[in-house]
Design a protein around this ligand. Structure first.
Ligand SMILES: Cc1cc2nc3c(=O)[nH]c(=O)nc-3n(C[C@H](O)[C@H](O)[C@H](O)COP(=O)(O)O)c2cc1C
Length: 235
């Protein structure tokens, strides 16, 4: 790879950010196919390629949004329903510790601050949470599933593939938001997708063209320096 190519690859990686407001602009289906073809070069343990993805647009997308938004609104008014909407795997820890909880808080309040949502403004928070299930207006939803028989390793494999999708999307001027929020409503999602019983929802990606005017998309998250997470050993 020459220096120019390195620059392009780095730019596709570093220009990815979670986009939470999309334009009402469709994505050419051929571009989605190209992205998925490239992304499928991801590694997987013993080349099992345990990923499956549902590309949802048009009426199916609208049906999905309507059903899940209705469930979320009902859950907001009847918190006792939470039991019904448990994730199949715990993405976050039950008990948070530093420094992760601090970064999580900084991230949450940073985003809410930008949207003018203050502590205690529960309705505003709920409305912003609901934006997840409206796909932040993205025209395309990608629902990623694995076969339940494949265990935890398959979640590593599919995550590598998903990152490829996000980077390949960037290379084509598209943007994404990875979303674990949908996992709570996996039973509805899988029902709308008519997915087989042995499939488990791992992650959802909102895909489309970013709205450059929306303030939420000015939210650029920090990273810790490599001196904080990398340990170099040569003895
Ligand atoms: C697996 C996964 C799930 C996520 N779920 C959500 C989500 O449900 N809603 C959301 O707005 N952002 C979600 N995010 C985005 C993170 O908040 C975001 O990646 C993080 O704050 C870093 O910001 P950046 O993606 O802009 O670099 C998720 C990210 C990952 C990797």
């Amino acid at each position: 790879m020459n220096l120019e190519q390195v620059h392009y690859v780095d730019h596709a990686i570093t220009s990815r950010q979670s986009i939470r407001a999309f334009l009402d602009q469709p994505v050419d289906p051929q571009i989605i196919k190209d992205i998925l073809t490239v992304a499928s070069r991801a590694p997987s343990g013993t080349n099992t390629q345990p990923w499956k993805v549902y590309v949802v647009t048009g009426k199916k997308r609208d049906e999905m949004i309507e059903r899940v938004c209705n469930a979320q609104i009902e859950l907001y008014t009847k918190p006792e329903l939470a039991q019904q909407y448990q994730e199949t795997f715990a993405y976050y820890p039950e008990k948070w510790i530093s420094p992760f909880i601090d970064r999580r808080r900084e991230n949450g309040w940073g985003l809410y601050g930008l949207l003018n949502i203050q502590k205690g403004e529960k309705e505003k928070m709920a409305r912003q949470q609901l934006r997840n299930y409206q796909l932040f207006d993205a025209p395309v939803a990608l629902y990623f599933t694995v076969n339940k028989a494949m265990g935890i390793g398959s979640k590593m494999d599919i995550s590598m593939m998903i990152q490829n999708v996000m980077i390949a999307a960037r290379a084509r001027g598209l943007d994404t938001c990875p979303q674990a929020a949908w996992n709570h409503f996996h039973s509805i999602v899988l029902d709308v997708l008519n997915a087989p019983e042995d499939e488990e929802l791992v992650c959802t990606i909102a895909l489309g063209y970013a709205d450059p005017e929306h303030i939420v998309n000015t939210f650029v998250t920090p990273r810790i320096g490599i001196e904080e997470f990398a340990v170099f050993m040569d003895e």
